[in-house]
Write a protein that binds this ligand. Structure first.
Ligand code: SF4
Length: 117
């Protein structure tokens, strides 16, 4: 299996081709530096994303609390995590970095507030 991955580590945006099978990387081509090689290999084996979104605030109809995952989440869990977040309502006051959802979807990763409210 071969996969084209655009490196997002720096603005150069190298187009990196990774090939391999069953979670094993056999070759990586097109990277401009070692950071990109590592990024593309990880994306091939187990892609992850930071999830940023908002949650409702009780009693404040015009205000949403921005939240993000404290670490990158497995890409295949992102939509499950969004479903969980949709059902969350918080109560002020909230401080930046407060945990809003602990261990979201059993990933071991918390969703945290990114501003005070
Ligand atoms: S491979 Fe290196 S040079 Fe290319 S985009 Fe990624 S970080 Fe930048």
């Amino acid at each position: 299996m071969e996969k084209l991955i655009i490196c997002t580590v720096c603005p150069r945006g190298c187009r990196i081709t990774v090939s391999g099978d069953n979670g094993v990387v056999n070759s990586v081509e097109g990277y401009g530096c070692i950071r990109g090689k590592t990024y593309a290999s990880n994306e091939f084996i187990s892609p992850v994303r930071i999830l940023t979104t908002t949650v409702k605030v009780e009693g404040l109809d015009n205000e949403l609390l921005p939240v993000r995952s404290a670490k990158p989440l497995p890409k295949d869990k992102i939509f499950d995590c969004i479903d969980v977040i949709k059902g969350v309502t918080v109560k002020a006051p909230i401080n930046r970095y407060d945990v809003i959802v602990k261990d979201i979807c059993g990933t071991g990763i918390d969703m945290v507030a990114t501003k005070n409210i």
